[in-house]
Write a protein that binds this ligand. Structure first.
Ligand code: NDP
Ligand code: 8X3
Length: 250
């Protein structure tokens, strides 16, 4: 039977690339994000490959999130696969000068956003006793790096939530796992540095992971046989050995 996946943060980067990988395999898609124009364009493109419904909400807003997901049309209501991907870093500052607005954004989007979206979907999965949840963590969820403080905390929280979900949802036969990328060349650094040109240096001098690399791994993860759950995966570009060790040619 055709499966349905809901992907948050589908308007760019890893989420958009995952939507494309899934569409190629004929998976029905519910694509979420705040930028409606992008959702419309992506829907138009992917509808050639699969059925696509879009949901336009901010994961920080729990009412909008719950309303959007509970109001899905019948054909898209049963979510088999949830990809909790929406998230970003905001700023790269030492803790003593970091901005409270940036801290709020990271904790609200990366942590509470995952909880709100999951809260809206888990009940139907427990009722059907099936489902697959993948949370997009980060190497920053396994290792704290200088000035990464709150972003790293938010991604450590994503890993703790993932483990908690896996334990609590285990009796229901629901798969839960985290995929934790290192440096991926997306809009991530443009958001982190608020459009500052410094963002373009982040991926210079080495071959960073591309969104498609992670999307293919996500598809691999969701296409394993029923008895196989990939619980936790750390993925670096070859040039990266840890959050702080990247071999650059320039
Ligand atoms: P992008 O900036 O390209 O994508 C982020 C996505 O999240 C966008 O689709 C954006 O959509 C969505 N999003 C952000 N804030 C909100 C919000 N408040 N409500 C709803 N959607 C939101 O970055 P990536 O693709 O790189 O990031 C995807 C995930 O991967 C994030 O969780 C990030 O932390 C993680 N990650 C990224 C790495 C990297 O190096 N790039 C490495 C490790 C993990 P919109 O603005 O339209 O709402
Ligand atoms: C994104 C990777 O190293 O910029 O999560 O934090 S990093």
């Amino acid at each position: 039977m055709t499966k349905t996946a809901l992907i948050t943060g589908a308007t760019s980067g890893i989420g958009e690339a995952t939507a494309y990988e899934f569409a190629k395999k004929g998976i029905n898609l519910v694509l979420c994000g705040r930028r409606l124009e992008r959702l419309n364009t992506i829907q138009k493109t992917l509808e050639r490959l699969s059925n696509v419904h879009i949901l336009n909400f901010d994961v920080r807003d729990k009412d909008e999130t719950l309303k959007g997901i509970t109001s899905l049309p019948k054909e898209f209501k049963n979510i088999d696969i949830l990809i909790n991907n929406a998230g970003n870093a905001h700023g790269l500052d030492p803790i003593q000068t970091g901005s409270i607005e940036d801290w709020d954004a990271m904790m609200d989007i990366n942590v509470k956003g995952v909880l709100y979206v999951s809260k809206a979907i888990i009940p139907q999965m427990t009722e059907r006793q099936s489902g697959h949840i993948i949370n997009i963590g980060s190497s920053a969820g396994k290792e704290v790096y200088p000035k990464g403080n709150v972003y790293c905390a938010s991604k450590h929280a994503v890993l703790a939530i993932t483990e908690g979900m896996r334990i609590d949802l285990n009796p229901f036969g629901i798969k839960v796992g985290a995929i934790n990328p290192g440096l991926v060349e997306t809009e991530f650094s443009q958001v982190r540095f608020k459009g500052d040109a410094i963002a373009y240096n982040v991926y210079k001098g080495f071959k960073a992971l591309q969104a498609k690399d992670i999307a293919e791994i996500i598809y691999f993860t969701i296409s394993r046989p029923p008895h196989v759950n990939i619980a936790d995966l750390l993925v670096f570009p070859t040039a990266q050995a840890s959050s702080t060790i990247v071999t650059k040619t320039i």
